[in-house]
Structure formats: structure tokens, C-alpha cells
Ligand binder design. Sequence first.
Ligand code: SAH
Length: 253
Amino acid sequence: MNLPQTDTSLFKRLRFVLVETSHPGNIGAVARAMKTMGFAELILVNPRFPDALSNADAVAFASGAQDILQSARIVGSIDEALAGCHFVAAVSARLREFSPPIFAPRGIAENLAQEQTQAVALVFGNERYGLPNEIVVNCNALINIPANPDYSSLNLAQAVQLLAYECRMAALGDRRPASDIGFQGEAASLSDIDRMYAHLEQALVAIDFLDPQNPKKLMPRLKRLFSRTGLEQEEVNILRGIAKKILDLNSKK
Ligand code: SAH
């Protein structure tokens, strides 16, 4: 396969294009949505306010994503915004009789990340009237967020956030974080876990909870319970501390 000279990562190839956006606050919020997901290229086609990128609301809503606003471009036509793009998807709350093939965000994100190697764009419409048909019919795909049919129109920046998130997940591919995100301590070693079971067993025998002559399935069941948890070293230490305390108290009786 012939890869182009440019960076093929979707983070570098994907352009977010906003058409005729009315509220500068939304533009700032879009910048923030993009940056949180690792995207950087923002182009505005004829925003309602020519100073949209420096407007106080835009700056406030962008929060820590000022750099996205500073490097964003304002252009006078959709053709200018899409120059050099090889695949363009219109993002629209409305389905139309004549439209390019329709995708949900996850499907298009996989497609953009895997099958494309060149510049691609997502085009978003105005807050009140969406995207004009003339733009939609010229796109390669129409993306619809399958929202509540009774109220399916998302805020512009929230629609951008959702698309940017799906594109990030698709772009990360195998590097995407596991579902068990969050604090994770060091995993306990098998030998430490074995010693913890022995300690626990001793304590349970000491308090007559476990009868060594008739142990039934108590230890195998406890092992099964703990094996589902992904024990960390710190947790093994706590359980051993409990076992130790039980044994200490019991020996004083
Ligand atoms: N009333 C407008 C809604 C505009 S919301 C309309 O009928 O299109 C502003 C922009 O956010 C839309 O142009 C689109 O780009 C995006 N958006 C909002 N909700 C969406 C949805 N359910 N699916 C896809 N895009 C959506």
C-alpha cells in the first residue's frame, strides 16, 4: 500500500468544519471538545460574528483550549474549508430524501481511522437551521447521531464532542484504554495471594468458622470470590492484617 508522506494518524488528518455558527460560545466549546479528544484543526465557514475566534464567550467556553481557537481559520466558502480533503462527512440531525449514505458515529469513525490515509473532514451545521442541502449532497457520507426520536437535536458542541470521542476511540485502536479505567495499584503476585489464603485459613480455623475436619468448600469459594476481583498488593496486605488481628485476639482469649 502506498502511504502518503503526511502523518496518517487520524488526530492529524481530521478537520472539524463549522458552517455559519451563530454563537461564539459554541465555537469555544467546540474547541474544548476537540482538544479533550486530541484533535486540533478547526475551520469556520462564515461565522455570524467575524471576530468569533477572539470573542469573549468563545474564549471563556474554550477554557484551556485557547490554542485551538488561535490556530483556527475563518474562510468564506465550504470549498475553501474542504480543500485537500479526500473524504467529507456531513453531520446532521435531519435525515433527507436525497443524501449520501448514512452512518452512525461509531461506524464512520472506524472507517475514517482504518480505511483512510488522507485528510478527512466532519462538517457541522448552524445551531438553528443545520446544514444546507447543497452541502450535504456533495458530501461522501451523512452522519446522524441516533438520539431520542422525540428530541434529537443536540447542542452543536455536544455533537462535536460525541464525534470526536468516537474518532478518538477508533484512532487509538488497540491502544484504547481498557474499560477498567481508574486508579490501579500494583497487582498482587500469585505467591503473595497464596500466602494470604493460608493466613486467612488459619484465622478462620482459629475462630471456628472453618472446621479443618470438615472444611466443605469454604476456601475454594473464597478463592473464587477473590479471583474475580483482580487483587492488588495493598489489598492483600489489608486482608493479611485482618487475619493477623483475628489470630492475635484469639490467642489472648
Ligand atoms: N435544527 C437543526 C439542528 C442543528 S444542531 C437541524 O435540524 O439540523 C447544530 C448541529 O449539531 C447540526 O447541524 C449537526 O451538525 C449537529 N447535530 C445536532 N444533533 C445531531 C444529531 N442528532 N445527529 C447528527 N448531528 C447533530
